[in-house]
Ligand binder design. Structure first.
Ligand code: PMP
Length: 388
């Protein structure tokens, strides 16, 4: 079977093998602790579930407009207008099957062969693959703990060439949990405006912040930059709605129109009754978001203290999302070998940093119980101790 060249260049996910192994071990009855998940461990809040059930009962079961239910687009536009301070209207919004779909559809709409897309590493693992699937060229810009894994204006400027079309920014970040400060965003926005490139700001973790960190969209940091900014977000993380597949992209209406054309010939509208769940999510009450954030905050505190007490590994304190990105460079194992051995010897599933572009790290998710965190971190300590 000859497959299309575009798919041949996309590798199998390095996380897949580990999660399959963890599942198999669990099925055998082993006590596997899972720190590899990228989703909240909470159920979707009841009022959101109820709204979708009501929509089903009311017959909201038919095709809808490709770009999304008008009311949902309005609500998203209104909340962004408040948050960013720039006027968004419904025609600046497309509702998609998740943040992942927003980003991949955006790439399909604006990237063509020869276009370069700047992606700071560590990066969320799907960004480079999406660019390749759209025939573009990912340009990876390595960052490290010295700048809290954030790209600096100098690094961005150096990476820009006449072929650069897009810069991918993710704050709060998966996998590092880092949050860009307003000054850092302002400085990056200056480079974006001067160079005329587009920026996609993946803000899917914008509600999950700690210790007073504030979310600011790069779109709000410079009077001109919003014209070049696309905001990608969704309901999965802040409202515990991962399986609903609900996201959106906001920005220039020509780009939104192009994405809508693609969507109309590929997935059509997002599940109609699911969109009524999203409407309820935005209409509130919003205390469910805060309750989940507080639970994450407590787990973050415990995990960070326990991690920092383990000699030989280190972690920059995260201020958002629900991940810790741990440097294992002193242990002398590549990240895939490290994660495999940790799973086999200690029944602890984590994600190798290789998946995010840095092989001397592993990612731990704290979307799990405090008890699991306490037990798991003891296991990690024993594992590391035996190897120093
Ligand atoms: N962006 C980032 C940084 C993510 O971590 C995720 C989910 N893992 C997504 C986008 C996509 O989220 P979804 O498609 O579930 O909305």
């Amino acid at each position: 079977m000859k497959l299309a060249a575009r798919v041949e260049q996309v590798p199998q996910s390095v996380t897949l093998a580990i999660s399959a192994k963890a599942k198999a071990m669990k099925a055998e009855g082993l006590d596997v602790l899972n720190f590899s998940v990228g989703e909240p461990d909470f159920d979707t809040p009841q009022h959101i579930v109820a709204a979708a059930k009501k929509a089903l009962d009311e017959g909201k079961t038919r095709y809808g407009p490709a770009a999304g239910e008008p009311k949902l687009r309005e609500l998203i536009a209104r909340s962004l207008t408040q948050e960013v301070g720039i006027n968004y209207s419904a025609e600046n919004i497309i509702v998609t099957n998740g943040g992942k779909h927003s980003l991949s559809e955006l790439m399909m709409a604006i990237i063509e062969a020869g276009d370069e897309v700047i992606i700071p590493s560590p990066y969320w693992l799907s960004y480079p693959e999406m660019v390749k699937l759209a025939d573009g060229t990912p340009v990876i810009v390595p960052t490290d703990a010295a700048t809290e894994y954030k790209i600096t204006p100098e690094l961005l400027r150096q990476a820009i060439t006449p072929k650069t079309k897009l810069f991918v920014l993710n704050s709060p970040s998966n996998p590092t949990g880092m949050v860009y400060t307003p000054d850092e965003l302002k400085a990056l926005a200056q480079v974006v405006v001067e160079s005329g490139i587009l920026v996609v700001s993946d803000e899917i973790y914008s509600q999950i912040l700690y210790d007073g960190a504030q979310h600011l969209s790069i779109a709000a940091t410079h009077p001109e930059v919003h014209k070049q900014t696309l905001i990608s977000s969704g309901f999965a993380k802040s409202f515990a709605m991962t399986g609903w597949r609900l996201g959106y992209l906001a920005g220039d209406k020509t780009i939104i129109g192009a994405m809508t054309r693609i969507q109309s010939h590929s997935t059509s509208n997002v599940c109609t009754f699911a969109q009524y769940g999203a409407i309820a999510a935005l209409e509130g009450p919003l205390d469910c978001v805060e309750t989940m954030r507080q639970a994450f905050a407590e787990r973050r505190k415990v995990m960070y203290e326990l991690l920092n007490a383990i000699p030989g590994i280190s972690c920059v304190k995260p201020y958002g999302a629900f991940y810790m990105y741990v440097n294992i460079g002193k242990i002398g194992l590549g990240s895939v070998d490290f994660c495999n051995a940790l799973l086999e010897e200690k029944q602890m599933a984590t994600v190798p940093g290789l998946a995010f572009g840095t092989d001397d790290h592993i990612r731990l998710s704290y979307a799990t119980s405090l008890k699991n965190i306490e037990t798991g971190l003891k296991r990690l300590e024993e594992f590391v101790e035996g190897r120093l």
